[in-house]
Write a protein that binds this ligand. Structure first.
Ligand code: ADP
Ligand code: NA
Length: 346
């Protein structure tokens, strides 16, 4: 068939950490660099998804701006990609409602993420019914919004990690339901581009993933961290009492995480095990490994940090890019909405 359209979204969680970068954002940059010239690339900061859970007042607009800016800072080209805030395109919400009228609640309630929240509520419900009442409808129905995100741009390809596979399958189901309810091939089923997730683990608790929700700020490296702050965090990373480099993910998770980090930045593309066995690292003191990780992370993040700061200091330029993205994303969505409204007779 015709032109490929890639869609992906990221939540506005503020200044990204190294896990966000290596696990998600860097992949968008790679797609931009590798996609055929006629492939349409659509990347959204999904602020409507962000409001499914409560957040401190006054922070969302800042977090949106920081995520949008970070996407530019890692090298996404606003002329090559459509970069936009989800809420700038009302068609996402409109299509969500329309899809919800043919979507199955049974299918939605079988979603793993919802089920895990429900069973958590079931467990404690005997003690506190408030927990169950605290589960909001938006959390239940957000897979429909995710489906709308993808379908409204007629995406043909969507990169997904393990945790999102089920939601994309649901989006395909939404297409089946809609097309059969309204008799025609109105919406297009997206394919998944499966991306094995690169998980970056916490520097202070290597059994947990690096996350912005960890109370310990030394557990993660941020785009805004200075070179010396990065070095201090890496040098203080939790390892173990064997002071010699070797790769054993189960027995030595802290050391393995540092080796994985180094491998993400290795120009020769070596894996963590290969690096551990290399002549200059096998059996070396852990301090040597940490120094190499700090050097590699600093070399990768320095240009991103500089560009991030430069861009944040140019609010008018940023506002122009936000507006340009909104215009182009609205155009893209309207092409589908014409077809959808006609099919539904709206
Ligand atoms: P956080 O856990 O910090 O709240 P999010 O859940 O907002 O991060 O994730 C945003 C994106 O970054 C997702 O695509 C997610 O898979 C990716 N991501 C988050 N943390 C990591 C990590 N530690 N390693 C790899 N990818 C990650
Ligand atoms: Na999270």
């Amino acid at each position: 068939g015709g032109r490929a359209v890639i869609f992906s979204g990221i939540q506005p969680t503020g200044v990204p950490h190294l896990g966000n970068y290596l696990g998600a954002m860097q992949q968008w940059k790679r797609m931009q660099d590798e996609a055929a010239p006629d492939t349409k690339l659509i990347f959204s900061v999904v602020d409507l998804h962000a409001i499914t859970v409560p957040r401190p007042r006054g922070l969302l607009s800042q977090w949106k701006r920081e995520m949008f800016t970070a996407l530019l800072a890692i090298g996404l080209d606003p002329d090559r990609c459509v970069l936009f805030y989800q809420s700038s395109v009302p068609a996402h919400s409109e299509l969500q409602w329309i899809l919800s009228c043919t979507a199955s609640t049974g299918y939605l309630s079988r979603m793993t993420q919802w089920k895990s929240k429900m069973s958590l509520a079931d467990d404690v419900t005997a003690f506190d019914d408030k927990v169950k009442r605290s589960l909001k409808h938006g959390l239940f129905s957000y897979p429909i919004l995710q489906a709308a995100d993808v379908l409204v741009h007629r995406a043909t390809h969507v990169p997904v990690g393990d945790d999102q596979k089920q939601h994309l399958e649901f989006a395909r189901e939404c297409v089946t339901n809609f097309n059969s309810a309204y008799g025609g091939q109105h919406l297009v089923k997206p394919e998944t581009i499966f991306s094995p997730a690169k998980r970056v683990m916490s520097l202070t608790k290597p059994s947990a993933k690096m996350s912005k929700s960890d109370a310990d700020a030394r557990s993660r490296i941020l785009f805004t961290d200075s070179a010396s702050a990065i070095r201090a965090k890496v040098m203080a990373a939790v390892t173990d009492s064997t002071n010699a480099v070797s790769y054993d993910a189960a027995a030595r998770p802290g050391v393995a995480n540092l080796l994985e980090l180094l491998s993400h930045f290795d120009p020769a593309g070596r894996g963590a095990g290969e690096l551990a066995a290399s002549a200059d690292l096998a059996g070396a003191p852990l301090k040597e490994l940490k120094t190499r990780v700090a050097d590699a992370v600093n070399a990768a993040l320095a240009p991103i940090r500089d560009r991030f700061a430069e861009l944040l200091a140019r609010p008018d330029y940023l506002a122009g890019l936000v507006e340009q993205g909104a215009v182009r994303a609205n155009q893209s969505a309207e092409e589908t909405m014409k077809i959808v409204r006609e099919a539904v007779e709206l």
